[in-house]
Ligand binder design. Structure first.
Ligand code: 0O2
Length: 213
C-alpha cells in the first residue's frame, strides 16, 4: 500500500510552533551578508572592480519549505529538517563574468568560517530546463555567547545573463505551477538559455582581449 503523504496543513501547523528553530538561520543571514560585503570590498582593492554585481539573501518561504518537506517525505522533526533541507537560508550572488563565479567559489573554499558541504554545478551540467547556476551547499559559522554553531545555507552564484534567464523563466513558469509548461515554450526557453550562454562567453572573450592589450 502507498504511504500517505503528510498533509500540507499538518506540516504548516507543526512549523508554526518552531520559532526558536529559525533563529540560528537569522543570525547566519547577518554573518553571510557582512562576509560577502567584505569579500567584495577586498576584491575591489585587489582587482580594481566590484565582483558582486548584486546580492540577495532570502529565507525559504514557509510555503516552499512545507512543500519540500512533503515532497521529500522528511520526518517532521527539527533534526531531520535541519539535516535534509539545506536551503532554508539562501544567498544569491550575481557577477558580470563567468570566471568570477569560479573565482568566488575558490575564495569561499579557502575561508575558515565557511565549510563546503556540496557543490552542484549547473553551469557545467545545466538542468533540463536550461537553468544554469553554481550552487554551493555550505555551513557558516555563527558565534553565540557560549558556543560556536554551524548553520546550513545555499549559495547560488551566477552571471547577470544566467540570472536574467532564471528570474524571467521563473516568472513565466509561475502561471503553470504544478502543471507542465507547453512543449514549444520549453524549447524556446532552452534556446534562450543557449543565447544567454553565448553572451557570457563573448563577454569573457572580450574581457580577455581587452586585458591583454
Ligand atoms: P525557493 O525556496 O523558491 O528558492 P535538493 O535539496 O538538492 O534535493 P533542490 O533544492 O530542489 O533539491 O535542488 P536544486 O534544483 O539544486 O535547487 C533548487 C533551486 O534552484 C530553486 O529553488 C531555484 O532557485 C533554482 N532552480 C533550479 N532549477 C531551476 C529552473 O529550472 N529554473 C529556475 N528559474 N530556477 C531553478 P526553489 O526550489 O524554487 O526554492
Amino acid at each position: 500500500m502507498l504511504k500517505e503523504k503528510i498533509k500540507i496543513e499538518v506540516i504548516q501547523k507543526v512549523l508554526d510552533n518552531w520559532r526558536g528553530f529559525f533563529l540560528p538561520y537569522q543570525m547566519a543571514l547577518h554573518e553571510l551578508e557582512s562576509d560577502f560585503k567584505i569579500i567584495d570590498l577586498e576584491w575591489k582593492i585587489q582587482h580594481g572592480y566590484s565582483v558582486i554585481e548584486h546580492m540577495k539573501i532570502r529565507f525559504k518561504t514557509l510555503r516552499s519549505l512545507v512543500e519540500k518537506i512533503q515532497r521529500k517525505e522528511i520526518p517532521l522533526t527539527q533534526e531531520a529538517v535541519r539535516n535534509e533541507i539545506r536551503d532554508i537560508l539562501g544567498v544569491r550572488i550575481v557577477t558580470s563574468f563567468i570566471d568570477d563565479v569560479y573565482m568566488l567559489k575558490e575564495h569561499i573554499e579557502q575561508r575558515e568560517d565557511i565549510r563546503m558541504i556540496r557543490i552542484k554545478d549547473y553551469i557545467q551540467d545545466p538542468k533540463m530546463s536550461g537553468y544554469k547556476s553554481l550552487h554551493l551547499i555550505v555551513e557558516t559559522q555563527v558565534f553565540l555567547s557560549n558556543e560556536i554553531i554551524w548553520v546550513p545555507a545555499e549559495i547560488q552564484i551566477r552571471t547577470s545573463a544566467m540570472d536574467f534567464w532564471a528570474s524571467t523563466e521563473h516568472k513565466l513558469n509561475y502561471k503553470y505551477q504544478g502543471e507542465t509548461v507547453p512543449e514549444d515554450a520549453q524549447k524556446q526557453l532552452i534556446e534562450l538559455a543557449k543565447a544567454s550562454s553565448l553572451m557570457d562567453k563573448e563577454m569573457s572573450n572580450l574581457r580577455t582581449k581587452l586585458l591583454a592589450n
